[in-house]
Design a protein around this ligand. Structure first.
Ligand code: AMP
Length: 736
């Protein structure tokens, strides 16, 4: 006699029902524990069992349903009971097994009805799975399959159905079947079902933009790419004690949702997140910098809260490797206390370089707790990110910045050949440098937490602003379709387009990313649209300086009323300065109106003063002061540029034409226009100006390329055109 049933009955021997082999269909998603169930029963059962598994039916490889049916029939003929170990999630999938052997056998179902995230979490984690359904692709398949789920009913032809919704129910069912002797039968009926008409797990598919699922349900193909799993899949801790709510996987502000959501299925995946721009960031105050966790967590929560209140359609995810992470649990608790929207911020345990492939979490931008030299190495997250991204990240980083000050961030686009891009769908890495309290490391603050907290706040502000700027660029993207294998739009391609007229950094970068969307693909109108409304993170440097001059002291030549002066980082002539307005809201010439006239005058007179001082050193110089009609860098800035154009940074037609066509608006003219009309004339033909033939700015002779033009300019002694000599447009010795 076998053990008691879970419903208090015992197996029956020799009653009127037919005894002998039975068919047991396991019903459950990948990761629900079907194979484990069979193994346990078969290990201790006195019955003769055959396990028919579609993942291995074809000589150890994945096979088809007809092969399963055939093998099952053979086993039954041999007097064996059979387990049909495949998902069997819908009625249609089950029907033929119920007709096996002319229905003369008793057919049971054992339903392993676990929440999706439990199955996803197990599937993502497992290795060596028979059907190779593991790792990142598993999440999409599980979600897709559960969409089809129809719980079995007796009317389909089952004699007995056992529903298991937690580990202890599974153990009980294993006990029942293990104890079922060859001549015994089990009572008919449904057992363990808590909500008899339980609905299909609704709505999961709406979270998935695109998931390919193989026809062969248990044998997923390997090219499934989009896994918009919103919940925190704790990659490290996905085996939970029996009965523990799967919602414990969620962390941070997500707790609020958990309490509200009694149905474990409902908070599996958040609806709208499949393509939500997501920034995953580690704690910027790394343990190596020995910054107090309590203070760091306060700042993270403060800055996150500030950010999530500002942005509508983006998410932040704080990531750490271990569920024992102090900073993660502090932030999680504090975020929950502050009721931070869990759709916009949550914490995640996992490797930041494998969020998609191991955790099923799509993050298109990741932050790096970088070192000041922006170099690989040093262990920790910095080493991991540089390693995972491949050498391209070092090259791209060098193109964007040589070093980083504490409290600052720099966004670096990833090239399309970077494994982080292809495998994880990451388009940008934002390097951030936090404050250091470790005397063994550079820039130690010697326990000055007032300064440290200020720097850390600055670091998160810069990080989130950088992210917001990339998101903004993505949202207003027009006319491009670059997608990486994770289905994410290539932000790099967008910034490349916007960036096309800028400094050497840009032109070099374009060369390196030539596989991406080209400038040519974007219409002039669209380009203008993007340029006038969005600023990529690389275009924020001047804005950052204007807003926080104190952070850039070493870089500035002068800080005075409302303006700062600095050397152009990529001077296009022997002397090339920028006079930067510090007024918020003045991004470019188009934003200037009558109320800014004083600001323009200040900028002009400061620029003039600098030109004069250079002329005292070198009286052969000639200066021109003016604005670009359509600047590449955010924040109104006046160029003060000597007319020799003798610089290695002047490399292409756009560089030349941006200073020598109507694209360049003389400061004196701009001031006049603002005074008289309230607006500066900004040409609509910028593209045309920038692509004009190369002409000497003095004698107007044409030249085929930049080297030829430059060698001509070096020796050209022709007088400047009269138009430039009028109205103080040129500044030179004789007029001073
Ligand atoms: P515009 O096209 O008028 O926006 O010019 C932007 C200028 O800023 C270019 O001449 C660049 O060489 C220069 N530039 C770019 N990044 C920086 C930076 N971080 N610091 C100073 N100048 C910069």
């Amino acid at each position: 006699m076998g053990a008691d049933n879970e419903d208090g009955t015992t197996p029956q021997v020799g009653d009127e029902k037919e005894k002998g082999p039975i068919i047991v269909l396991l019903v459950g998603a990948p990761g629900s524990g079907k194979s484990t169930f069979c193994e346990h029963v078969m290990k201790s059962s006195s019955r003769s069992w055959a396990r028919i598994c579609q993942d291995t039916i074809n000589n150890g490889k994945a096979g088809t349903k007809p092969q399963c049916l055939k093998s099952a029939a053979t086993a039954l003929k041999e007097g064996k009971s059979v387990f049909i170990d495949r998902c069997n999630l819908d009625k249609e999938q089950r029907a033929e097994f119920l007709k096996l052997d002319g229905s003369t056998k008793e057919v049971h179902a054992v339903v392993l009805d676990f929440p999706a995230q439990v199955c996803i979490s197990r599937s993502v984690k497992r290795t060596g799975h028979e059907g190779n359904l593991q790792g990142g692709k598993a999440a999409a398949v599980v979600n897709r399959m559960l969409q089809k789920k129809e719980l079995p009913q007796l009317t389909e032809g089952f004699k007995r159905i056992t529903f298991c919704q937690n580990d202890s129910e599974v153990q009980a069912a294993i006990k029942v079947y293990s104890a079922l002797g060859p001549a015994e039968t089990l009572p008919n009926g449904c057992f363990g079902q808590k909500t008899p008409k339980a609905k299909v797990q609704l709505g999961i598919m709406k979270f998935l933009k695109k998931v390919e699922v193989p026809a062969n349900e248990d044998s997923p193909s390997s090219h499934i790419v989009q896994i918009p799993v919103h919940e925190t899949v704790d990659v490290e801790k996905n085996q939970r004690p029996a009965g523990q709510e799967s919602s414990s996987l969620l962390s941070g502000g997500a707790n609020k949702n958990i309490q509200e959501c009694q149905d474990p299925h409902k908070h599996v995946v958040d609806a709208s997140v499949s393509s939500v721009p997501t920034l995953a960031f580690p704690s910027i105050s790394t343990s190596d910098f020995q910054f107090e966790n309590e203070k760091a967590s306060d700042i993270i929560v403060e800055k996150v809260e500030e950010f999530v209140n500002k942005i509508r359609n983006a998410r932040l995810v704080l990531v750490d490797l271990s569920h024992r992470s102090k900073i993660l649990s502090l932030v999680k608790g504090k975020a929950a206390q502050r009721n931070i929207d869990s759709n916009k911020f949550f914490t995640f345990v996992g490797d930041i370089t494998k969020l998609y492939s191991q955790g099923g979490l799509r993050c298109n931008i990741i932050a790096n707790a970088a070192n000041w030299r922006l170099k690989p190495g040093g262990g920790g997250v910095n080493a991991a990110i540089f390693n995972a991204a491949g050498p391209a990240l070092e090259v791209s980083t060098r193109d964007c910045a040589k070093s980083l000050l504490p409290g600052h961030a720099v966004a670096v686009p990833l090239t399309s050949d970077s494994p982080l891009y292809t495998r994880e769908g990451v388009t940008h890495v934002i390097h951030v440098l936090g404050p250091n309290m470790n005397p063994q490391r550079p820039n130690c603050l010697n326990d000055n937490y007032a300064k440290g907290c200020e720097v850390l706040r600055g670091a998160y502000t810069s990080l989130f602003e950088s992210f917001a700027s990339l998101v903004k660029t993505q949202v207003t993207e027009v006319g491009t379709s670059g997608q990486n294998p994770a289905g994410l739009k290539s932000l790099s391609s967008i910034t490349e387009q916007k960036n096309k007229r800028d400094d050497e950094c840009d032109s070099e970068r374009r060369k390196k990313y030539k596989g991406m969307q080209g400038d040519e693909k974007m219409s002039e109108e669209n380009r203008r649209n993007v340029v006038s409304k969005t600023w990529g993170s690389w275009a924020q440097a001047l804005y950052d300086i204007a807003m926080h001059p104190g952070r850039h002291e070493g870089q500035l030549l002068e800080v005075c009323d409302d303006v700062v002066v600095l050397n152009d980082q990529y001077p296009k002539a022997k002397k090339h300065l920028l006079v930067l307005s510090c007024q918020r809201g003045l991004d470019q010439l188009a934003d200037v109106n009558q109320e800014h006239i004083e600001q323009l005058r200040t900028m002009h007179s400061v620029g003039l003063k600098w030109a004069e001082s250079f002329l005292q050193e070198d009286s052969s110089l000639v200066f021109r002061l003016g604005y670009h009609s359509e600047p590449s860098m955010r924040q109104l800035h006046l160029h003060v540029i000597s007319q020799d154009f003798d610089s290695g940074h002047l490399k292409n037609k756009k560089h030349w034409n941006s200073f020598n066509t109507a694209f360049f608006r003389d400061s004196v003219d701009v001031m006049e226009e603002i005074s008289s009309q309230g607006k500066a004339t900004v040409s609509n033909d910028n593209e045309k100006h920038l692509s004009m033939e190369l002409r000497c700015h003095r004698c107007r002779s044409a030249h085929p390329n930049i080297p030829r033009l430059k060698s001509h300019v070096k020796q050209c002694q022709a007088p400047f055109p009269s138009q430039l000599l009028e109205n103080g447009r040129l500044v030179f010795q004789s007029i001073l």
